[in-house]
Write a new protein. Structure first.
Length: 92
């Protein structure tokens, strides 16, 4: 996972109680919506491999939006910890 993808994940985790549009993510990160959509695919794949969290998408809100979901009240911390360890292993 690259730095841009990690930043997108941080935004999704910090706004985990609401949908975040790809347009908003693109503006905050400074890239195109297409890049955000591609990055969300990578993030989603990593989430599914390493955590019990997933991305819920809603295309009916004007701009495609993403919502972070997980089971259990501690999924956010679990998600960050598991992804951090996974990323560290890939870097070695």
């Amino acid at each position: 996972m690259n730095e841009r993808q990690k930043e997108i994940l941080r935004i999704l985790l910090s706004d985990s109680d609401q949908y975040v549009s790809t347009q908003h993510l693109a503006e905050v990160i400074g890239c195109s919506e297409k890049t955000v959509r591609n990055d969300l695919k990578v993030i989603e794949s990593d989430l599914l491999q390493h955590t019990d969290a997933y991305l819920e998408k809603n295309l009916g809100l004007g701009s495609p939006c993403t919502f972070m979901r997980g089971s259990g009240k501690n999924y956010t911390n679990s998600c960050i910890g598991q992804l951090t360890r996974s990323i560290a292993r890939k870097s070695v």
